[in-house]
Design a protein around this ligand. Structure first.
Ligand code: HEC
Ligand code: HEC
Ligand code: HEC
Ligand code: HEC
Ligand code: HEC
Ligand code: HEC
Ligand code: HEC
Length: 323
């Protein structure tokens, strides 16, 4: 009897140790503590799924309903985002814990990015203040003022810095373009702001040859923003009349892409390789922009070698024929 009790204790002890080790391992792997997971689960059990349940006092049993698709938060995306360490109630009212949520909650003002990020040394490299100034000059803000918030482009639940961190160009170009397309390819979000018709992006850019390739290789931002050297991502979206339409703005030796799309790699490498377009364009070939002195010399050299090769070949054939 005594032995059995000890055995049970030992097993329970091992399970507890095992679990806490697992939790530690999870925390270390993701950098998110278990408290955050637990807290968020009380929201994500509803907001993480298409269907949710609650006890309906009126009818006296559990009721299953569909979640508004715009209120569904993908937990995988959430835990990969900049704010993955946040509990929902860091930004939302504690009243959210009650269901049904109070009507008052709907009226509550939401946090803006600058409420937390303004003047904080930790984020100086992003320069949130300058981004805000630029954004306020943009067509979006100047036409729609406060209705057009940073969150319209930066979903606070899913936004993850890309241009600065993602070394896969194709991926971050796609990521950035999709931000614009959440409105410019979706009438319902666009019409939160205006009753104007939403011009079809494919049609309005039909002048651009090889459109599919261009949209994979450059961002909307490249043509629609004013170049700004103080911040990594220019935020001043200009009126359409001022958008880049001249091919040579990119397809030239002084391609504007050096000051926008390739800016991050560029500033990183400049110190090592010197001011040179070639340093930036290793990964892609933009007609007209790639020109490298040594490559030119090598290709002239190769051309010479080929000529000599042909000459020797011909000479040998003549000698052999005459033998
Ligand atoms: C029982 C399911 C359930 C739980 C749990 C739940 N919600 Fe909700 N939530 C809903 C539903 C349904 C709606 C939309 C209808 C409504 O507003 O009541 C909603 C709406 C919201 C809204 C949008 C309010 C608005 O109208 O703008 C926010 C924000 C929100 N929930 C946050 C939270 C947070 C944060 C938690 C966790 C602390 C949470 N919810 C827990 C079901 C739930
Ligand atoms: C960094 C702050 C922040 C965190 C953390 C956060 N939210 Fe939000 N949430 C916001 C803001 C800001 C809005 C308003 C978005 C807008 O106006 O486009 C919002 C909107 C919502 C909405 C309404 C959807 C909509 O588009 O209006 C729901 C539902 C919601 N949040 C649930 C949650 C849940 C659940 C969590 C935790 C998993 C959470 N939020 C964590 C800032 C946050
Ligand atoms: C409630 C305060 C709060 C709000 C609102 C908020 N943030 Fe943050 N944000 C933080 C904190 C705190 C961190 C650091 C998180 C960490 O290190 O785990 C952070 C991290 C970030 C980072 C990553 C910084 C880094 O170097 O890793 C970016 C980028 C960012 N936020 C952008 C935004 C944007 C854009 C908005 C508006 C849509 C926003 N934040 C809204 C508090 C906030
Ligand atoms: C019209 C859409 C749009 C609006 C509005 C917008 N942004 Fe951005 N922002 C972007 C895009 C696209 C990127 C590039 C995202 C990436 O790759 O990280 C970006 C990048 C950023 C970055 C990361 C820059 C870096 O150096 O890595 C921060 C921080 C940021 N925005 C803050 C803000 C703030 C604050 C506001 C509001 C004052 C705002 N944004 C409004 C589209 C927008
Ligand atoms: C190669 C440069 C270039 C790229 C890349 C580009 N645009 Fe444009 N865009 C233009 C030019 C130039 C115009 C003006 C066209 C005209 O007036 O004929 C324009 C027009 C527009 C308009 C106004 C349409 C109208 O008729 O009102 C919108 C909106 C727009 N672009 C959004 C986008 C989005 C979103 C992306 C990314 C998916 C994008 N653009 C990528 C150059 C570009
Ligand atoms: C939240 C929705 C939304 C997002 C996200 C968005 N836009 Fe817009 N955009 C609009 C609306 C609405 C208009 C129409 C403004 C007006 O004329 O009232 C507009 C207009 C434009 C125009 C045309 C300006 C003109 O002169 O008529 C351009 C160019 C443009 N957006 C580019 C972009 C780019 C580039 C991005 C991504 C960085 C982007 N937009 C993201 C809603 C959005
Ligand atoms: C915003 C910068 C930008 C502008 C403006 C631009 N291009 Fe491009 N273009 C690129 C990039 C980047 C590529 C892709 C290079 C690669 O394959 O990596 C490309 C590719 C091309 C290609 C395809 C080359 C191939 O490999 O198949 C053609 C053709 C082309 N552009 C013609 C034009 C013409 C004509 C215009 C003006 C109407 C124009 N481009 C405007 C940046 C630009």
């Amino acid at each position: 009897m005594k032995i059995r009790m000890q055995f049970i204790f030992a097993v329970v002890f091992l399970i507890v140790i095992g679990e806490s080790l697992l939790v530690r391992a999870q925390e270390e792997a993701t950098g998110i503590d278990s408290y955050t997971y637990e807290q968020n689960e009380s929201c994500l059990k509803c907001h993480g799924h298409k269907l949710y349940f609650y006890y309906n006092e009126g009818v006296g049993h559990d009721v299953k309903e569909r979640m508004n698709p715009y209120f569904i938060i993908d937990s995988a995306e959430y835990y990969a985002s900049n704010h993955k360490n946040f509990t929902c109630t860091d930004c939302h009212s504690l009243e959210c814990d009650d269901f049904p949520h109070s009507g008052q909650m709907r009226m509550e003002p939401k946090f803006a990015c600058l409420d937390c990020h303004a003047g904080d040394e930790a984020y100086a490299k992003y320069d949130f203040e300058k981004i805000e100034v630029e954004f306020q000059k943009s067509v979006h803000f100047s036409r729609h003022s406060e209705d057009f918030t940073c969150s319209m482009c930066h979903n606070p639940h899913t936004y993850k810095i890309n241009a600065r961190t993602n070394e896969n160009m194709a991926e971050f170009i796609l990521y950035d373009n999709e931000i614009c397309l959440t409105c410019h390819a979706d009438i319902s979000k666009y019409q939160l702001l205006t009753t104007k018709e939403n011009p079809n992006v494919l049609k309005t850019h039909s002048w651009l040859p090889n459109q599919v390739l261009h949209f994979k290789k450059v961002r909307c931002l490249e043509c629609h923003t004013e170049v700004n050297n103080d911040i990594l991502v220019s935020h001043n979206i200009l009126p359409k009349e001022q958008a880049v339409k001249q091919c040579v703005e990119c397809h030239s030796k002084d391609s504007r892409l050096m000051a926008s799309l390739y800016k991050y790699q560029f500033t990183g490498k400049r110190s090592k390789i010197g001011f040179s377009n070639d340093a930036m364009l290793e990964d892609s070939y933009v007609i007209g922009a790639n020109r490298n002195y040594y490559l030119n010399m090598i290709s002239i050299g190769l051309f010479g070698l080929v000529l000599i090769g042909i000459f020797i070949h011909a000479l040998l054939r003549i000698i052999i024929k005459h033998k």
